[in-house]
Design a protein around this ligand. Structure first.
Ligand code: MN
Length: 749
């Protein structure tokens, strides 16, 4: 029998047993601990209702189905949410999956609960009806609308997803597991982060990572486990030493170390090499004190006990993060000379940092509920946080387009810049001057031609830094340039640019169409008159004269169609049709050139210095006799001709670039000189679906080798995953994507 291992799946055996489900009394006790006046009868009735309705149904794990809604309710009770939310969790699958009806839920549990259950149910229905991408996008649209009405819908859905992710290993089909894990990584975890429910976000990401990239998950987890075993004594020592020193200074602090998750380590590995032997890279310590004053006192004690690492100190109490995260971060040189990361905060700051919007449920006017005023004060109003998404929704557009934009909006951290008059504009990290223009006003974006940052003229692709003062230089009329869409990173700018391009394309088509119409009339020896056009609009199923011209220009209608509509019964459909076509093709060819920013027939090739791969931001450089050379935007060669901007071309990748082509990326690595090192690296690369096509030893010392690897990849994202996989190998000291020129060698392109 063939017993090859199933690489890339997580076996049921690997799952820890589920904890026993909460009893009604346990669930009620949990709610009573924060809401002593809770309507416990309602909870008990909902528990019994779920048990009765789901009777006979089972989960993939074999457990009775009702254990799922009960566990979801328990997660929400841990977040200290109100009774209606807990009850909604208990009922959330009954209307869809059992004989229970919406009316029945309303009768027995009231209007509020019925509305919440309805919201949660509707979100689920979409995801079953459609194909993967569209349903993901539509799900997200529905979410945003539902959340803007009541954030409890999202909290229930997040808790629901969390329990489903914890038990994902029981789902038999690997494709289904992977699809659910991806949806979790792309939509649910970012949404949880958006509303600040960090506790759920972190667990969702780590679970999703485990199923999306099992090989990476395993290797990081193994290294993490080995490292933390080795460092167990140091962790205990840091905690007790800190507690003791703080107590001596009269501060009664709660100090504990938290192991970082495999996913957070992986993310770091994708950006830079990390040292598993260094405590700061695998553990974070929390110091919880009673008030803000004590936060600063505790900081003083810690800095007097251990030497601090200057560039790692951050005070998010005096300057909170945009999502109102407050804490002091510092890294010190602790026992054994290892770096130790400390986060100092109060109990309340910790609650907001972990639970986000859920931290704002409390007693107000004798009833337990969401305190919107308090949430706003703390910067925690979820509506505020998702406003950018709601704006995108209001502009309509395709679901896929929305998803792409929403992801960008959610994944990026923010950068703050100012208008010349001092108005603050918040943008995602990596935003350009062009994004800034659109963030101020769409009309300003549409007409911008340049920018000054801190008084200095810069190209529109200039990436903004915190505190920049940005002045936008405008033209009289909108003039979108080719490549604008690739310069912009915000969804707002990108969708505005798409609208502008659509509009100017339409204008262009209308202009051509008008010429086609005039031409058709002239051929008949007639002049075009308003009345005739009105007739044609009525007969040809178009909205307006403008619409008619656009249809003619884009060849949806021909000149013959127009004449037939104006002169019904006309029979002469002669060779003149060919003349229409020629006219249209001449005009659209020039449209095509403008849109691409490239002249057909000019040769285009990839520069050897930076070897761009799909996904990289790229620029074209016009060269003498060699056509256009494509460089990555951060390439040194490009920087050396910064003053010759007339040779630069804005370029973008075709949609097919990533899907069809295989590119070769180069990785420079320093590895230990030890037996089996190459096999280990080759395995790691192979598990990430990479293929090593070239290998060179650059430098050979007795203990370490510097090597370069050429690896076939799909895109830049793929390359950074492979770099991360190499960094996770124990004998790899460092690994980086090659960036510089390598003069003594021609690269294959
Ligand atoms: Mn469910």
């Amino acid at each position: 029998m063939d017993d090859a291992p199933h690489v890339g799946t997580v076996g049921v055996a690997a799952l820890p047993p589920e904890p026993p489900v909460l009893t009604p009394d346990e669930l009620i006790a949990r709610v009573r601990s924060y809401d002593p006046a809770a309507d416990v009868d309602k909870i008990a009735r909902a528990y019994a209702f779920a048990q009765e309705m789901h009777h006979g149904q089972r989960r993939y794990s074999g457990a009775p189905y009702y254990e799922h809604p009960v566990t979801v309710a328990g997660i929400l009770a841990d977040l200290r949410l109100d009774v209606d939310t807990v009850v909604t969790a208990l009922l959330h699958d009954t209307v869809e999956d059992t004989r229970a009806s919406f009316d029945q839920v309303r009768e027995e549990f009231g209007e509020d609960v019925a509305d919440l259950v309805d919201g949660v149910t509707k979100l689920g229905q979409v995801s079953r009806a459609r194909g993967a991408i569209v349903n993901q996008a539509e799900n997200l649209q529905k979410f945003v609308l539902a959340i803007s009405r009541d954030s409890r819908v999202l909290l229930v859905k997040l808790a629901d997803r969390l329990h489903n992710m914890r038990t994902l290993g029981y789902v038999p089909k690997p494709e289904k597991r992977e699809r659910i894990a991806r949806e979790t990584m792309d939509i649910y975890a970012p949404l949880a982060r958006r509303i600040g429910v960090h506790r759920i976000c972190v667990e969702l990401e780590d679970l999703a990572f485990r199923y999306i990239n099992p090989a990476a998950y395993d290797s990081v987890r193994k290294r993490l486990a080995a490292a933390s075993d080795q460092r167990a004594d140091a962790v205990a020592e840091v905690s007790s030493a800190a507690t003791r020193r703080l107590l001596l200074a009269g501060i009664d602090a709660r100090v504990f170390g938290r192991k970082k998750t495999a996913y957070s380590i992986w993310r770091k590995l994708e950006r830079r090499a990390i040292d598993f032997d260094d405590l700061a890279d695998i553990y974070a310590f929390r110091v919880i004190v009673s008030d803000m004053e004590e936060c600063y006192q505790a900081l003083g004690v810690i800095h007097r006990t251990w030497r601090s690492v200057p560039e790692r100190f951050k005070d998010f109490i005096s300057t909170p993060k945009p999502n109102n995260y407050r804490s002091i971060h510092t890294t010190v040189i602790g026992p054994d000379n290892c770096r130790v990361e400390m986060q100092i905060r109060t109990e309340e700051m910790d609650r907001v940092a972990e639970d986000g919007v859920a931290a704002h449920w409390r007693y107000k006017d004798k009833s337990y509920g969401y305190d919107a005023a308090l949430a706003r004060e703390a910067g925690g109003d979820p509506l505020e946080r998702i406003r950018a998404l709601v704006e995108l929704l209001e502009h309509g557009g395709e679901p896929e387009e929305f998803l792409e934009h929403a992801k960008l909006e959610m994944f990026s951290d923010q950068v703050f810049a100012f208008t010349p008059r001092g108005a603050l504009i918040a943008l995602p990290q990596g935003a350009t001057a062009l994004d800034f223009a659109y963030a101020v006003h769409t009309a300003i974006g549409d007409t911008c031609v340049g920018a000054k940052v801190n008084g200095r003229q810069v190209p529109l692709r200039h990436v903004l830094s915190n505190g920049d003062v940005v002045e936008i230089i405008r033209a009289a009329t909108p003039a979108p340039m080719p490549g604008w869409e690739d310069i912009a990173v915000t969804g707002r700018a990108r969708s505005a640019i798409r609208r502008l391009i659509r509009r100017s394309q339409r204008d262009e088509f209308a202009r051509i169409g008008k010429a086609v119409a005039e031409h058709a009339f002239r051929r008949e020896g007639l002049t075009m008159a308003r009345a005739q056009l009105d007739d044609a609009v009525a007969r040809l199923d178009v909205e307006s004269e403008e619409d008619l011209f656009a249809a003619l220009g884009s060849n949806r209608l021909t000149g013959a169609d127009l004449l037939n509509a104006v002169f019904p019964g006309r029979t002469r459909e002669d060779a003149a049709i060919g003349a229409d076509r020629a006219l249209i093709e001449d005009e659209t060819a020039s449209l095509f050139i403008h849109g691409q920013g490239l002249t057909p027939g000019v040769s285009v090739h990839f520069a050897g210095c930076c070897s761009p791969i799909p996904g990289d931001r790229i620029m074209g450089l016009l060269t003498d006799g060699k056509g256009v050379e494509v460089h990555t935007i951060d390439c040194d060669t490009l920087a050396s001709v910064e003053n010759q901007q007339e040779r630069w071309l804005d370029l973008g990748w075709n949609l097919e670039a990533g899907a069809r082509a295989i590119s070769v990326g180069r990785i420079l690595a320093t590895v230990q000189h030890a037996r089996g090192v190459l096999a280990e690296i080759a395995t790691a690369v192979g598990r990430s679906n990479g293929n090593i096509t070239g290998l060179r030893i650059i430098n050979r010392a007795t203990d370490f080798f510097d090597m370069s690897f050429d690896v076939e990849v799909v895109d830049n994202r793929h390359l950074s995953q492979i770099v991360a996989a190499m960094r996770a190998c124990p004998s790899v000291v460092s690994a980086e994507r090659a960036r510089g020129a390598d003069p003594d060698e021609e690269r294959p392109t």
